[in-house]
Design a protein around this ligand. Structure first.
Ligand code: ASP
Ligand code: MG
Length: 416
């Protein structure tokens, strides 16, 4: 059994979904197919959530645009008179209807309730189309199977409950191909949750882990995982093979190749992930697996924007080590700050972190009680793995390097 995952870009229109069918029809293995929301629907639904919360008059037109888009794609594939298109139309209109009636709840809870719908509609269309083309498919509502904690927008999987439910549902007795949603789940009490933006990769990895899949194939609108973002460095090349470790390092450094949580469930069961081009099925793509590739690795260059570099100095010149360090990290952890780099000196400590407000503002306020604080915002963190002097020059040319840290495998720099 394999798990296939299709991102929003691959299912953004009817042609994309036809291509998805071709890919699936060409497989003779059992498949679990995880699908994201069509195109940029998740962004559009975030807009709906915002408009609904703030009573913005754009709400109805935003809902209508989303409904029109889905119905156009669905009727293009299934025909105007299809029973499935009529059901979809019903789902879409009850969604916008429910927003006028429903009372607002907690912000993140409401976000999940609204934003999770993109995957419900996309999988409904994809499954109906595959079935209409004669494949033996079945749609699964992952909200009934992925049991999560209550951390809305960033929910964690409850593995015992989820394992039991997923094994029961994906048993291949009633179908050869299951189609289900990425990115979403529900709490034990049935409240819908989301797993974090771009979370469908993670869903695919969790299902693969539970079902002991042979591999996960992520179909993307790029030829594979590249050694840099080609929009940033046009000379970027596709990497044929990287290890799980390399993939984790890349995502931690800021590469937007796959969702950061994806690798662990695969690594635990040694399941390889293959990132392949949706548009060009002859392209070899990138394999991510346990083994490190043979030979010398290409330098890998990653940029993470929106950073803040904070320098923390104890007022009494006491060493930053020991108790101070524990207290510092306690403050950062309490606010859920994502720390990307730490450099300790004798009487100061530098921290580079994602500049997320209002969290950072609160941390600075807290730290100022005991320490002198200096900071640079609007910074970037650059990472060069398997570095060469040329590769470092290529990314730092003309930039002011505020801090740099070198280990055996990589150089990391905070620049502006
Ligand atoms: N549709 C969700 C998003 O755009 C999840 C995903 O695509 O993986 O974030
Ligand atoms: Mg998406």
């Amino acid at each position: 059994m394999k798990v296939f995952k299709f991102g929003g870009a691959s299912v953004r229109d009817g042609a994309g979904i036809r291509n998805l069918y071709d890919i699936i029809a060409g497989e003779n293995d059992r498949l679990t197919v995880v699908v994201s929301a069509l195109g940029k629907t998740t962004n559009a639904l975030e807009e709906v959530h915002r408009a609904w919360r703030s009573g913005d008059s754009s709400l109805q037109s935003e809902c209508k645009a989303i409904a029109d888009y889905h119905l156009e794609v669905a009727s293009g594939l299934l025909g105007d008179n299809s029973h499935d298109v009529a059901s979809l139309a019903g789902m879409l209109s009850s969604f916008s209807g429910s927003l006028t009636e429903r009372k607002q709840g907690e912000f993140d809870h409401d976000y999940d309730m609204i934003v999770s719908m993109g995957e419900i509609w996309s999988t409904f269309i994809v499954e109906a189309y595959l079935r209409s083309m004669g494949l033996k498919t079945r749609w699964h509502d992952i909200r009934k199977l992925f049991v999560t904690d209550e951390r809305h927008r960033e929910a964690g999987i409850l593995w015992d409950e989820t394992s039991a439910a997923v094994k029961g549902a994906f048993d291949f007795h009633d179908a050869d191909i299951y189609v289900t949603q990425g990115f979403i789940g529900a709490t034990l009490s049935g409240e819908v949750t989301t797993l974090g933006r771009e979370g469908s990769d993670y869903t695919a990895a969790v299902i693969a882990n539970i079902l002991d899949a042979e591999r996960v194939v992520v179909w993307k609108d790029v030829p594979g995982i590249m050694n840099a973002d080609p929009k940033w460095l046009p000379s970027a090349v596709t990497l044929a093979h990287i290890s799980y470790n390399e993939a984790v390092e890349m995502t931690f450094s800021g590469a937007k190749v796959i969702h950061p949580k994806t690798i662990k469930p695969l690594h635990n069961k040694k399941i390889p992930m293959h990132v392949r081009s949706f548009a060009d099925r002859t392209a070899p793509g990138t394999v991510i697996s346990e083994e490190a590739p043979l030979g010398k690795m290409e330098p890998v260059l990653v940029k993470k924007e929106g950073q803040i570099l904070i320098s923390i100095l104890p007022r009494d010149l006491s060493f930053v080590m020991g108790e101070n360090l524990a207290a510092l990290f306690h403050i950062l952890a309490c606010q859920g700050i994502k720390v990307n780099l730490v450099q300790a000196g004798a009487v100061s400590i530098n921290i580079c972190a994602d500049h997320e407000e209002p969290k950072i503002g609160k941390v600075l306020e807290e730290l100022r009680k005991d320490y002198t604080i200096l900071y640079n915002d609007g910074a970037e963190m650059l990472t060069v793995r398997h570095f060469t002097p040329e590769a470092v020059d290529a990314v730092t040319g003309g930039r002011e390097v505020l801090l740099s840290q070198t280990t055996r495998n990589s150089v990391r720099m905070v620049v502006r």
